[in-house]
Design a binder for this molecule. Structure first.
Ligand code: TPP
Ligand code: MG
Length: 603
């Protein structure tokens, strides 16, 4: 018998109360509070207080089973891990070591949590960050004190900036040694204090369950990184506290606007002649309503980089991204707009929206008005607010505007098509991406890295709204693609997961290709090998600096893949690329495709 938590608003679906198994609900079922889809629910396993286990039998009838009392002796880490599992944590990523052995042992014993050993703690942190971005749920990293903790930093900053919930557990030196400049002792508290939303050192075993729940609570609600240090000498202490259930300890985040605000939005939209919808990552869970709104009011949809995939790239009202990765069409339409309807988009300096009359809908009030003053701000879940607007707004068929959008979209498509030249050798980014898009599954997860390669995905990759991109947004850290692909494959065993990376970014984390092989994760890594820090090379040129120290001395990535126990393929020409892609997708093993790529992207 399970409860299920909505990862968007924290509404609990209780099978016992509802008298139906969650699985039996139709796929079209939506969260009754925030309208999130069924996939946005995470199962929460709770032992009944009387130590009974209740479940449904084959006929959907409730049955009770007595549970054997499994463990008579529990350690503080046992309770910590049990508590994490009870609050829906399913994965721990890390590297074991002296100061964390008791916690590692507790993970080993717990059947509800899976542990993945990586080759660099940075990978663990990036995996947890990517997991939060993909699922809205929280995963954990577990490392030793000192170097294990510091190696996490980049991945945890990525989570912080992109508002992904992560729980970090670090071992610590013995309590009596804290502050004595002991072996592997750093000021762990200070180190995490600059970015963690919750940061505590566990000093007594009887604090374990309370602090663990607080850490998860803060990470989920504040959408950030929570850190707990646990000294090695506490890790063998007996602890018999009760597990604290999650329901009732986490607020349902239902947020919508008063009806008069909705009416104001509706009247602004009804009066607008050139409305443009700007959709960001926060709108991704509400794709259908946004598409319907665009049709009802004849508004083009412009996406932020992280909002790519809200609708198919070839949807007639999708006009591309805005800002760095943006299309000329999106730029022209936002410039000439008389109303921007900004939904779930944090308006970064990279997205670079112009200052136009605007309605902004966001769950985070600090995002509203971040760049320009906003004429009508609506703090709320897009899933709750957009359907209300959609219902009340007038249908308006703006024929001239629609013609203009179609013309501009066509012009932009022609520019993209001209860039996709298959005859150029070395191959260029746009052609490689176009070719790849012909093979990538409709429901693939695409983990991208940073550099010309990632930027080109934003601009040139024709995406479908059933595919998902996972990326390092605000931190834009190189090396994110591979860890993101690893975790995507772990949580989606049957799905196609691809990683798009540069030779520079991949080399930062390449040791963890071994992790893909070790855990039989059949990810497909496409390395755009231009022997350059390509994006920086271009930046030096744009800024009139000579090219210096951007060239890369690489290994043979295909041979590297083979020596790890995976499959390595190479592609220099369009024909070889086609064959390599076909082979990569035909095998159920981790693959690296090393693609010789032209560093000069524009000529
Ligand atoms: C960790 C980190 N270090 C440095 C940078 C700055 N930076 C941005 S893109 C880039 C070059 C990336 O090179 P590569 O991975 O080969 O991709 P390419 O641009 O060639 O496609 C660099 C150094 C960064 N974003 N992240
Ligand atoms: Mg490169």
């Amino acid at each position: 018998m399970f409860k299920y938590r909505c990862k968007v608003c924290n509404y609990f679906f209780d099978e016992l109360k509802e008298n139906i198994a969650f699985e039996k609900l139709p796929q079209s079922w939506k969260c009754p509070v925030c309208n999130a889809s069924k996939d946005m629910f995470i199962e929460i396993k709770e032992k009944d207080i009387k130590n009974k286990n209740v479940d449904f039998d084959k006929n959907n009838k409730i049955v009770e089973n007595d549970m054997a009392d499994e463990d008579s002796f529990k350690t503080a880490p046992d309770l910590m891990i049990e508590q994490m599992a009870a609050w829906g944590i399913k994965y721990v990523f890390g590297i074991p070591g002296t100061s964390s052995l008791g916690v590692v042992e507790a993970v080993r014993k717990n059947k509800d949590i899976e542990y993945f050993q990586v080759r660099h703690e940075q990978t663990a942190a990036m995996m947890a960050s990517a997991y939060g971005k993909l699922t809205g749920n929280i995963a954990a990293c577990l490392t030793i004190a000192g170097p294990g903790a510091t190696n996490l930093a980049t991945g945890l900053y990525d989570a912080t900036l992109d508002k992904s919930p992560v729980l970090v557990i670090t071992g610590h030196v013995q309590r009596k040694l804290i502050g004595t400049k002991a072996f592997q002792e750093i000021n762990q508290h200070e180190f995490f204090e600059t970015f963690a939303v919750f940061n505590k050192t566990i000093n007594h075993s009887d604090e374990v369950t309370r602090l663990t729940t607080l850490a998860i609570r803060h990470a989920l609600i504040e959408k950030g990184v929570s850190h707990l240090s646990i000294s090695v000498d506490i890790q063998k202490e007996k602890c018999d506290d009760d597990i604290i259930p999650i329901e009732g300890k986490i607020a349902t985040i239902s947020a919508t606007a008063a009806e008069n605000i909705i009416d104001q939005a509706v009247s602004m939209i009804n009066n607008s002649k050139r409305p443009v919808i700007v959709a960001g990552a926060g709108a991704l869970e509400n794709k259908e309503d946004i598409k319907e709104l665009s049709q009802k009011i004849s508004a083009p949809i412009v996406t932020s980089f992280r909002g790519k995939g809200i609708v198919d790239d070839d949807y007639f009202l999708h006009v591309g991204g805005h800002g760095g990765i943006g299309s000329l069409t999106a730029g022209k339409l936002t410039d000439s707009s008389d109303l921007l309807i900004i939904i779930g988009c944090s308006c970064s300096n990279n997205t670079n929206l112009p200052n136009r009359p605007a309605i902004q809908i966001d769950i985070d009030p600090l995002v509203i008005g971040k760049k320009h003053p906003i004429d009508l701000n609506i703090m709320g879940n897009s899933g709750e607010v957009v359907p209300k607007i959609l219902k009340k707004v007038k249908k308006s068929n703006k024929e001239e505007y629609l013609d203009e959008i179609a013309k501009l979209k066509k012009q932009w498509n022609e520019i993209l098509e001209n860039e996709e030249d298959p005859t150029k050798v070395p191959l260029k980014f746009p052609f490689i991406l176009k070719e790849l898009s012909n093979y990538v599954a409709d429901d693939a997860i695409i983990a991208i890295d940073v550099g010309e390669n990632g930027w080109r995905v934003g601009r040139n990759f024709p995406m479908k709204n059933t595919q998902k991109i996972v990326m390092s947004g605000y931190l834009a850290t190189m090396g994110f693609g591979l860890p993101a692909a690893l975790v995507s494959q772990i949580i989606n065993p049957g799905k196609e997961v691809i990683c798009i990376s540069g030779d520079g970014g991949f080399a930062m984390v390449m040791g963890d290709f071994l992790t893909a092989v070790k855990y039989k994760l059949p990810i497909k890594v496409f390395i755009f090998n231009n022997h350059e820090l390509g994006m920086i090379m271009a930046e030096q040129e744009n800024e009139d600096y000579p090219n210096w120290n951007t060239n890369l001395h690489n290994c043979d990535f295909a041979e590297f893949a083979e020596s790890c126990g995976g499959i390595g393929l190479k592609a220099n020409t369009s024909q070889e690329l086609k064959m390599a892609i076909e082979t990569a997708f035909a095998v159920d093993e981790p693959v690296i495709v090393d693609i010789e790529t032209d560093p000069n992207t524009y000529d």
